[in-house]
Design a protein around this ligand. Structure first.
Ligand code: COI
Length: 344
């Protein structure tokens, strides 16, 4: 059980230097269930380590998926979540792909709300960042053969965060990697499986050693079409048209991605979801990436096959217009005509 105590409004913390590192917060949510059953009613407990069997499905066979969502503190003091139901639905899709039990949409959203409220003092002041919630679903039961684990644990923990990239809000320099691929058709690239992330670390580290911010992956069949960046989706702008790779099973169905598509259409842009060739990326007027952690990040340059293109910068960028609109809705400054924001 959680140690219940009264906390001050804000944790004693330097809110001015938030990046995307883990800060230990006070509480987490935990619920369990056995294979083919529904999850027990979960509980908020003190934040701490999780005890696992050495034969746990997640440790041996990577049976695990996660989500990411954010809580914002509005200037009027309201605490706002952004589309947590969409994370719940995506967790269910991922759980089905990975043969796992998943919590109901109601339980998922309730768990995110409870974790946020319990860690309220860790929600940064307005304009300083957000509280990142990490729902995690893992096979915790032991299994020696390759088969679904007999027990699952659903956890939600939280950390205050600022900008995802060390560049802050400065434009990113991306590297198109043609050696490593993030996902293949028929694989699990379209769901938020934990197995999608360790394989891209080598590509990220190599790119960072050369001064790049992150990596753009190409499709593994033609090695010609862009897919996504390690932790975010990618968009390009050419004239009044915004294009992004269609989600064909190898690309994560980002919640920020689909929100940005709606916002861009409402702002008058034509948005196309389709195969996008790397050559088009090199000829774009503007490029940006989207994700829960990343929000909307402007790309300053892309390097591919030894060629570097630099995109126009300035005050009138499409990415900045979309960023301001998205964040304005998330923090309650811009009217939420979409009903995306959930006040808790
Ligand atoms: C998110 O945007 O929430 C993500 O899951 C990215 C994460 C890999 C840092």
């Amino acid at each position: 059980m959680a140690t219940l105590m009264r906390y001050e409004e804000y944790a004693d913390f330097d809110w001015n230097n938030l990046g995307f590192g883990l800060t230990r917060t006070d509480f987490m949510y935990k619920a369990k269930c056995t294979l083919n059953n529904t999850f027990e009613q979960g509980q908020v407990t003190d934040y701490g380590n999780v005890e696992l069997s050495p034969a746990a499905g997640v440790l041996n066979y990577g049976q695990g998926i996660f989500e990411g969502t954010k809580a914002f503190r509005g200037e009027d003091g309201r605490i706002l979540l952004f589309r947590p139901d969409q994370n719940a639905i995506r967790m269910q899709t991922g759980a089905d792909r990975m043969c796992m039990q998943s919590p109901s949409i109601e339980q998922f959203v309730d768990a995110v709300k409870q974790t946020t409220i319990a860690n309220k003092r860790w929600i940064p002041p307005p304009g300083k960042g957000s509280l990142y919630l990490r729902p995690l679903l893992i096979g915790t039961g032991p299994t020696l053969g390759v088969s679904p684990a007999p027990e699952y644990t659903f956890l939600v923990y939280a950390s205050p965060v600022g900008n995802y990239f060390k560049e802050g809000t400065a434009p990113l320099n991306l590297y198109v990697n043609n050696e490593f691929h993030r996902a293949t058709r028929g694989g699990a690239g379209g769901v938020k499986s934990i197995t999608n992330y360790a394989p891209v670390m080598k590509a990220i580290l190599r790119a960072k050693e050369q001064g790049f911010s992150d990596v753009v992956y190409l499709d593994s069949v033609h090695k010609k079409y862009i897919e996504e960046v390690s932790s975010c989706n990618i968009f390009l702008v050419k004239g009044n048209v915004i294009s992004t790779p269609a989600t064909v099973g190898t690309i994560l169905e980002g919640i920020t991605r689909k929100s940005i598509i709606d916002l861009a259409r409402d702002l008058g842009y034509k948005v196309e979801e389709r195969l996008v060739a790397v050559d088009e990326l090199m000829e774009a007027d503007e490029v940006f990436t989207t994700g829960t952690a990343v929000s909307v990040a402007t790309v300053g340059s892309v390097t591919y096959n030894g060629q570097r293109v630099e995109y126009k910068m300035g005050d009138e960028l499409v990415s900045q217009k979309l960023y301001k609109t998205l964040v304005g809705i998330q923090v309650g400054k811009i009217e939420d005509k979409y009903n995306w924001v959930v006040e808790i």
